[in-house]
Ligand binder design. Sequence first.
Ligand code: GDP
Ligand code: ZN
Length: 301
Amino acid sequence: GAYGPERLGRVIAHFGRTLEVGSTTEDRTYRCHLRANLDALVTGDHVVWREGSDGSGVVVARGERDNVLERPDARGQLKPVAANIDQILIVFAVEPVAYANLIDRYLVAAEATGIPPVLVLNKIDLLPEDGGKLHELLQRYEMLGYPVVTTSTQHADGLEALHRQLTGRTSVFVGQSGVGKSSLIDRLLPDEALRIGELSSDSRKGTHTTTTARLYQLPAGGELIDSPGIREFGLVHLDERQVTEGFIEFREFLGHCRFRDCRHRSEPGCALLAAVERGAIHPERFASYRQILDSLDDDLR
Ligand code: GDP
Ligand code: ZN
């Protein structure tokens, strides 16, 4: 057919096998179809595409994926929803108050994807003068090596650190309802009219409004991939090993227990229990670990 030379692009959004592809050399997108021999693509995929004579295009190849973010579908099967993500921003807030156990759950889920997590504490305008217990909590995660960014959508300089963290990277925001994800994203992508216009291909009020992920270009550089499903990302389908390895400070002790099949409960010679005992592992992190394992058992019942 009348197709131009091969070009590089990235999937901005998709509607079935119709793709919106962002050109890497121009500031515009092309509506493309997917060549029949290719498997379904997801938002964030790098692609090779060719422009047709009518201004639309065809995607002819997919680039290798660094990583994929998966979500369970209606039948509980894990399905990729986005690819090539540099960081998962786990948003929590001063109000509703952030519990360590919930943060740990998000961290474990993020670690299982292989995508580096970043903690974002939002609504710091509501922080009491002495910082309360939250400062200690943040310090704990910083000491584990996790970047921590504090934000507020309520004052002008509250988003500076977040801007720096986002620049030049592809990010997703996850976190509980009410922590301020929508508010943060609205502030990062100020041209809301354009965003909403782009969100639905047909009519905004119609039934065709897409709930699949969409990639947004941040004004200062960097990309944001967002969808309702991604925001609800959590602990899904993790097994015991993934949970154990999701606590990054446990890793150096794993394999050092007396019993090879040690489950770190009350076994003699357990290297993890010994590390908790001498303060090398924070007791609250270990309690989180046990709670998460117990909840996995509940899921199996
Ligand atoms: P989402 O459910 O995570 O998307 O949270 P929303 O963005 O809808 O925010 C939930 C509520 O928190 C709204 O009433 C926001 O106005 C409020 N909110 C968001 N960010 C901040 C903040 O930095 N400080 C304060 N005080 N309130 C905020
Ligand atoms: Zn053990």
